[in-house]
Design a protein around this ligand. Sequence first.
Ligand SMILES: Cc1cc2nc3c(=O)[nH]c(=O)nc-3n(C[C@H](O)[C@H](O)[C@H](O)COP(=O)(O)OP(=O)(O)OC[C@H]3O[C@@H](n4cnc5c(N)ncnc54)[C@H](O)[C@@H]3O)c2cc1C
Length: 324
Amino acid sequence: MAGQIFAYITHKVGKADDTAAELVKAAGKFFPDAPVTAVVTGSGADLDAVCNEMTAWYREIWKIDNEALAYPNAEAIRKLLVNLLPQDAVVFCGHDTFGMDLAPGLSIKLDSVFVPDVVDFDGLDGDTLKVIRQEYSGQVSTHVSCDISAGAVINIRPGAFQPDESGSAGGQVVDKSAEAGDLAVGRRFLEIVQAEVGDVDITKEDVLVSVGRGIEDQDNIEIAEELAEAIGAVVSCSRPIVDAKWLEKSRQVGTSGQTVKPKVYLALGISGSFQHLGGLKGNPFIVAVNKNPKAPIFQVADVGVVDDLLDFVPVLTEKIQEGK
Ligand SMILES: Cc1cc2nc3c(=O)[nH]c(=O)nc-3n(C[C@H](O)[C@H](O)[C@H](O)COP(=O)(O)OP(=O)(O)OC[C@H]3O[C@@H](n4cnc5c(N)ncnc54)[C@H](O)[C@@H]3O)c2cc1C
């Protein structure tokens, strides 16, 4: 039988990341009969606020208040989790930048299996857990079986498990700060560097027209700008567009770019890598235009258009302008 189930909660300025509700949803699907304990680390009022927020989603919340954990230092948090958790724990983390830093080393320290970037559950047979991952930028689904008798660290892809509208767990916060143990580590926190806002702040926009490598040429970005103007949106992009210096870094959506929460997201020529989708929060209505019907973006899109965007988008813009 699997050990006790935990979810590590990431948060910023007193607000839990969206993955917090997704992790309990995933853990509930994997282990429907086992309670899931949230582990929240930090210090002061922000930590208290996040713990309170988590009572809606988790039956038990372990709060660890420590100055060494005031900033997300994966090395210190790894040390804490090794001190605190049972050896055969099953730990769920988000497969985001922080989770990728934290989880592999944690599984080594706990001597348990590590399963990254999980997008779905495929069955549990005794101590054998079956999950679905994606390879080759989402073009191939892989079915993975792993023995979790000695515990596991499972990273869940953000957005893969849609949480319920609201939580009603009525959980209790248990202060475990006294059990933190020695948290001295080599890695030091220096400072938080805020991402540049640029000429527009895409994090505040309700409608984004986002372009990816499928736009093919810098001159074609005009096509997206015309559509954005017609619908009152702003242009954002995937990372290759920034790498090519076609748009500013402040327009990049993704784990190494901006986190956006639009109501509507048009993805033009974007394949749908997890690094890109990781920057897309708040369950927006996604319209994807891509000439490859097997592009992973179609797995998350509400409306999918299989077409060459260079043909489709100018016609769409024209129709919208005519409609006005
Ligand atoms: C550490 C790390 C961090 C990263 N951070 C980010 C990040 O923050 N944001 C980010 O976006 N990426 C990030 N990436 C890169 C990410 O892995 C992908 O490479 C990137 O998202 C792919 O961008 P894309 O979808 O525009 O390009 P591609 O994956 O090349 O997809 C282009 C798509 O366009 C389609 N297409 C081509 N031509 C047309 C056409 N004429 N009409 C319609 N469709 C067409 C293709 O079918 C394809 O699906 C990161 C990678 C790493 C390793």
